[in-house]
Ligand binder design. Structure first.
Ligand code: PLP
Length: 460
């Protein structure tokens, strides 16, 4: 390793705090420093060339190295690098992007507030929901419900809607008004079939609302497919059933499509596949394919009008971000949206999604694999110590770290969740050959793990 790389590692260790890591574990391990990317491939600072089967952090949906996106950003930076949305100012890319998102998203979502990513999109949703019910004269409607294993970002309030232990421990969340119901986790549920699983979920929501009192409940938040919780794929029909239940219960339905949006599950939005129109929708990641930071909160006309009518025209509705509607991010997003459509990337993802599904089914026969699941280009491989009982591996084996390291050594990057679920989200530009390579490399990684004495012993 060159001297300069070593000092980069030292500077990183000494000064850079990484998201969602054990500080001590990171100091001991050091960073893997990425240097360049092209299509599905990443090159690190040591010259390793690896296939990225996770699209960065489920975001680089178009793949790395698109010159047209770089050009769109550079052009906008030269012309106008910044324009505030405050004081009634605007910029062409932000306005065009808002209009485009409304035209592409489910019926009824007519208004857009731009953020810098998903966490602040969720945070904005919470702020506007509170404002909305207050404006409507129903201030008791404050309780929010989300799913166990859900992820809704790591803002001060959103982290409490998230239901993952790392985001709660020592952070004093969930807050009192944040509640969780079981997730529709087919592999680990006793439900007899899909219909029963859906009915169970609806039942959990209704029971929680009854417990809290419908007059006190503001909203239900969910991901159409739970990403960071281990890629939990509910049965088709679940999303619609939950939406309908919310309508019946008189609570808002918020679809967090930060991961599932922009072709990740096949159609542009997962809601579209089930004919669901949420009251609010949060977006980020694939919106700019990770080329620039941006998220968005889409809201129904009913919510927008409720807030507008409830406020005095002389008083500002005090929610804002310096970089809301950033013109460079918006220009990037417009080009990314063009690539999904005219560039054929959405169609390619739908096509390669079939190869992905076949790869997931084929690897289910591996002795370490208990379950595989997926939709579109989003999937998971769940490893178990015992296929019959579905028993998980002992955490002391630190299997997730070993999996990730093994995969990287074999030239493939995937997500290795703590409970030994491999998360996969290849870019939608992935070719069939690259998809085959991803699964070959995963199988090689699993085979090598199987040879390790402590793993063998656990399985015996
Ligand atoms: N919501 C969901 C469903 C997510 O998956 C994520 C991030 O992974 C977020 C919100 C938070 O987005 P960000 O990391 O851009 O703040």
């Amino acid at each position: 390793m060159a001297q300069s790389n070593r000092s980069l590692l030292e500077m990183d260790r000494d000064h850079l705090i990484h998201p969602v890591t054990s500080f001590r574990a990171h100091e001991a391990r050091g960073a893997t420093i990425l240097q360049s990317g092209k299509g599905m491939w990443l090159t690190d600072i040591d010259g390793n060339h690896v296939l990225d089967a996770f699209a960065g952090l489920w975001c680089v949906n178009v793949g790395y190295g698109h010159e047209s996106i770089v050009e769109a950003a550079a052009e906008q930076m030269r012309r106008l690098p910044y324009a505030t949305g405050y004081f009634h100012f605007g910029s062409e890319p932000a306005i065009r992007l808002a209009e485009r998102l409304v035209s592409l998203s489910p019926e009824g979502l007519d208004h857009v507030f731009f953020t810098l990513g998903g966490s602040d999109a969720v945070d904005s949703a919470i702020r506007y929901i509170v404002h909305y019910w207050n404006a409507l004269g129903q201030p008791s409607k404050k309780q929010c419900i989300a799913l166990e294993r859900g992820y809704h970002g790591s803002s001060t309030t959103g982290s409490g809607l998230t239901a993952l232990a790392n985001f709660h421990r020592n952070f004093d969340v969930p807050l009192k008004w944040q509640h969780h119901i079981p997730s529709p986790y087919g592999y680990r549920s006793d439900a007899a079939d899909d219909a029963a699983l859906i009915a169970e979920s609806v039942g959990h929501l209704k029971a929680k609302v009854a417990e809290l009192g419908a007059g006190n409940v503001a909203a239900f938040f969910c991901e159409p497919i739970q990403g960071s919780g281990g890629v939990i794929v509910p049965p088709v029909g679940w999303l619609k059933a939950m939406r309908d239940a919310c309508t019946e219960l008189g609570i808002l339905f918020v679809a967090d499509e930060v991961i599932t949006g922009f072709g990740r599950t096949g159609p542009l939005f997962a809601c579209e596949a089930e004919g669901v129109s949420p009251d609010m929708m949060t977006l980020a990641k694939g919106l700019t394919a990770g080329y620039a930071p941006m998220g968005a909160l889409l809201m129904s006309d009913e919510i927008y009008q409720g807030i507008a009518d409830g406020a005095s025209p002389d008083l500002a509705i005090g929610h804002g971000l310096t970089y809301s509607g950033h013109p460079v991010s918006a220009a990037v997003a417009l080009e990314v949206l063009r690539l999904y459509d005219e560039g054929g990337i959405l169609a390619n993802g739908q096509n390669t999604g079939k190869r992905f599904a076949a790869g997931l089914s084929a690897i289910a026969d591996h002795p370490l694999v208990g379950d595989t699941r997926g939709r579109g280009m989003l999937g998971a491989i769940e490893l178990v110590a015992d296929k019959g009982t579905k028993a998980r591996f002992d955490p002391s084996l630190k299997l997730a770290d070993r999996l990730f390291k093994g995969g990287y050594g074999n030239g493939v990057i995937f997500r290795a969740f703590a409970d030994n679920i491999i998360g996969l989200a290849p870019a939608l530009c992935c070719s069939d050959d690259e998809m085959d390579m991803i699964f070959e490399r995963i199988r090689t990684t699993l085979d090598a793990l199987l040879e390790e004495p402590d793993i063998r012993q656990t399985l015996a």
